[in-house]
Design a protein around this ligand. Structure first.
Ligand SMILES: Nc1nc2c(ncn2[C@@H]2O[C@H](COP(=O)(O)OP(=O)(O)OP(=O)(O)O)[C@@H](O)[C@H]2O)c(=O)[nH]1
Ligand SMILES: [Zn+2]
Length: 299
């Protein structure tokens, strides 16, 4: 049977059947179990697996599908070495939540979050929440900049419910995570999605999003209209990992500009004929964005 791992705790993997939606606690079959002793993240939340029921309502995982994407976090390794820790698999998109006020978003941080998402092969969606607290004209220019670079953006309010329908349409049929600093409204948004649905269908989803991290393990919530949300504790640190490979994906505008640099290996710092620096000087490329790119690349 095929299923998705929805929770991992102390060597027990809770698997939900893809067909019947039934859930079962599983262990790993011998060979996988041995592998799991050396590979800490052999099976994580979001992994698709083959499993078989055994006695006592338990099951055994017999194989793990290759991951389409992974969510990584910097873990503390031995002697201060930083290890990449995989915390969830097969996520299609990250709803990167920022507040337009209380606390107002920081553009460098937004870029760091985008780099983290791209690094894991996850599509970033920029969600600007608490739009009820400002005149949207105030932030229009910033939003347009992000759209111009090609990021999907969204304006929401959990107070007026603006943008919640759009959010639902983006979540539909996809596996998503919500990430963002403390207090930006991640829990409120997820709750708003479920409540809107409840109001419409008059039924409560069996796996209602609790919105609070009472445990330290990740949880998978099925959306009543198709798709799922993976709730991963610690998503506030999402944007602070240093992960080089996501940078090109996050700064496609700069990569495009650099094709016009005189030198193929231009570092865009002080080379002659640098199209990137020229774009900064002529105001096409925001200087802050350029500096943040150089900084993230250099780490
Ligand atoms: N005005 C306004 N306030 C909001 C909105 N969304 C959330 N809030 C408020 O912002 C505060 C933080 O919201 P949460 O949903 O707890 O934020 P969070 O991102 O889940 O925070 P952590 O759990 O700390 O990571 C709460 O007081 C909410 O009521 C909004 O759209 N507009
Ligand atoms: Zn250059």
């Amino acid at each position: 049977m095929k299923g998705i791992v929805i929770n991992v705790q102390k060597g027990l993997y809770r698997v939900r059947s893809t067909d019947t939606k039934e859930e079962m606690d599983c262990t790993l079959r011998g060979k996988l179990f041995n592998q799991s002793r050396t590979t800490k993240t052999l099976v994580v939340v979001g992994d698709y697996v083959e499993f078989l029921p055994v006695v006592g309502g338990r099951g055994v995982i017999t194989s793990i599908e290759e991951r389409k994407s992974k969510l990584v976090r910097k873990g503390a390794g031995k002697r201060g070495v930083h290890l990449e820790q995989i915390i969830a698999a097969n996520i299609d998109q990250a709803i990167l939540v920022f507040a337009v006020r209380e606390p107002k978003y920081n553009k460098n941080l937004i870029e760091r979050y985008i780099v983290s998402a791209k690094h894991g092969g996850i599509e970033p969606i920029l969600c600007f929440n608490k739009i009820d607290l400002v005149n949207s004209l105030e932030i229009l220019e910033d939003i347009e900049e992000y759209q111009h670079v090609g990021y999907k953006t969204l304006l929401t309010s959990t107070v007026t419910k603006e943008g919640i329908e759009k959010l639902k349409s983006l979540l539909k049929g996809k596996t998503s995570v919500f990430a963002g600093s403390s207090g930006v409204g991640k829990s409120s948004l997820v709750n708003a999605v479920f409540e809107e649905e409840k109001a419409r269908t008059n039924s409560v989803s069996s796996s209602h999003y609790k919105g609070r991290h009472t445990t330290t393990s990740s949880q998978v919530y099925e959306l009543p209209f198709g798709g799922r949300i993976i709730d991963v504790p610690g998503m506030r640190e999402f944007g602070v990992i240093d992960n080089g490979s996501g940078i090109d994906g996050a700064f496609q505008d700069i990569i495009e500009l650099s094709e016009k640099c005189r030198f193929r290996d231009c570092k865009h710092i002080n080379e002659p004929g640098c199209a990137v620096k020229e774009a900064v000087e002529s105001g096409i490329l925001e200087e802050r964005r350029y500096k943040n790119y150089i900084k993230l690349r250099g780490r």
